[in-house]
Ligand binder design. Structure first.
Ligand code: ZN
Length: 483
């Protein structure tokens, strides 16, 4: 099997450290909000990776963390803890926020047939392990104290930028908002944060009462559950320049080793030319998709139509087409169940094609091509052997075809009107666009969809008054700062 490795920037032959066994660590959700389908692309990817490895006969131990402390609203060790902030907003305890959104996350994950990882570990339940890891980092001479707390000295690790391949100028640019004059290098980051009396979650430590920096939990928990050298670490490409770069530096500082063998990253789900995310104002959750007539399996099918390393275009058209393909597959299954198995031998080349495709850096789109070849030839031969092969492939695809062939997918209808509703969401905006402007653009799009041209025109002028121009696109509209 070959897997692309972000660290080496090439497809490497995958050889597990222990024959027949694979350890995978996946950066999990920060549980202060509902996860959106952009987040879920990353989890569908990690789940599919696990399924591919199991399909190829490996025994997999999949570990995923749940971030319930220490993830600040900015990557630069400034801003508030996301959990703390949400707790204040909702007038609840951080634990209540964490519990609620963690449950919601796993409920949505289950709808998407994402298998529950073998180990799910919460940051707040691993504070002693984190303190121990930071203690080792400090003892090895990779940390110094400032008024903020204990800081990692990235200058001590010559390979710091190897994963991100960023040069120093880019790192400096990335750290432009950092105002801490005590830092030795712009890329230095907090291991333990002290002197934050308003922070709700605090623990005693050798460096004073406080809380861990966000990156510490993933190093501490991956090493605890998978050891000081393990096979695969996954996450979205947004984690490469800061979170995973810092994890890797901590790993080395604590253990003297390159802990992770393969780093694997999925590309974004994109709407127009904008990535889906909270700051872009285009969040869609699994429940919202369902309300718009898209089955979770339809969304999962869409995820499987693109290579994980390529951006996945999310439009009303691409969704509709994925859902229609899935329905076509289910209809084929219903027919095929009434046929006899005549001769399984003719399916063998397709089984081989599928296996080769998924073993080649998880080329699931190529695997889907084998599925549709089976559908075509199965229809000609009227042979259930085709469906049996497809059900076998579904161990990787995770579309739940065994169950879907009963009734489920037909309960979902992506009608023309629901396409229009989905289109309301397609407001592309550059990062940093005020939420108010995005909201106005969404309202304007809704007005256009309803053919209320007067209202749409008023809203366009409101947007202009705020310094932004709106342009209509194939999938909705985009807002940009006024030139
Ligand atoms: Zn992580």
């Amino acid at each position: 099997m070959k897997l692309y490795n972000t660290l080496t920037r090439r497809k490497d032959e995958f050889v597990p450290l222990v024959p027949g066994k694979v350890g995978i660590y996946t950066c999990g959700p920060t549980v202060y909000l509902f996860a959106h389908i952009g987040n879920f692309r990353a989890y569908v990817f990690a789940d599919t990776l696990r399924r591919v490895l199991e399909y190829l006969g490996y025994e997999v131990k999949h570990v995923m963390n749940v971030t319930d402390v220490g993830h600040l609203t900015s990557d630069e060790d400034t801003g508030e803890d996301k959990l703390d902030k949400e707790a204040r907003l909702e007038g609840k305890k951080p634990e209540e926020i964490a519990q609620f959104y963690e449950q919601a996350f796993f409920a949505d994950a289950a709808k998407l047939s994402i298998l529950r990882p073998n180990v799910v570990c919460r940051a707040t339940e691993h504070i002693p392990e984190m303190i121990e890891l930071v203690r080792r980092i400090e003892a090895n001479g990779f940390a110094y104290r400032t008024a903020v707390g204990l800081i990692f000295d990235t200058g001590k690790y010559p390979e710091y930028a190897l994963l991100s391949r960023l040069n120093l100028a880019e790192q400096q640019a990335g750290a432009r908002t950092r105002v801490d004059p005590e830092r030795r290098n712009p890329s230095d980051f907090a291991l333990w944060i002290t002197n934050q009396p308003n922070h709700l979650m605090q623990w005693d430590s050798p460096w004073g009462r406080g809380f861990p920096g966000w990156h510490v939990e993933c190093s501490a928990m991956s090493i605890k559950y998978l050891g000081e050298r393990f096979d695969i670490h996954t996450g979205g490409i947004d984690h490469i320049p800061v979170h995973h770069t810092n994890e890797r530096a901590q790993n080395f500082a604590a253990t003297g080793k390159e802990v992770v063998v393969h780093w694997m990253h999925n590309a974004f789900l994109v709407i127009g030319d904008a990535r889906m995310g909270k700051s872009e104002g285009n969040l869609v959750t699994v429940s919202e998709l369902e309300k718009r007539g898209v089955s979770p399996a339809g969304f999962r099918y869409l995820c499987q139509t693109a290579l994980y390393r390529m951006p996945l275009s999310f439009t009303a058209e691409s969704l509709s087409s994925a859902q229609n393909s899935l329905r076509g597959l289910v209809d084929f299954g219903r027919n095929a169940q009434g046929w006899p198995v005549k001769d399984a031998a003719w399916t063998e080349p397709y089984r081989q094609e599928f296996k080769d495709a998924v073993a080649d850096d998880m080329n699931i789109p190529q695997g889907l091509a084998a599925v549709w070849s089976l559908v075509r030839e199965g229809n000609q031969r009227q042979d259930r052997a085709a469906w049996d092969a497809i059900l076998d492939f579904d161990r990787v695809l995770g579309l739940g075809l065994g169950k879907l062939s009963e009734t489920q997918v037909h309960e979902y209808k992506v009608s023309d009107s629901s396409n229009v509703t989905i289109a309301v969401r397609f407001v592309a905006s550059p990062p940093g666009t005020p939420a108010e402007v995005v909201a106005l653009a969404e309202k304007r799009q809704a007005a256009r969809d309803a053919r209320d041209w007067d209202a749409a025109d008023h809203l366009r002028r409101d947007i202009l008054d705020r310094g932004y121009v709106v342009e209509d696109t194939k999938d909705g509209c985009s807002v940009k700062p006024r030139p």
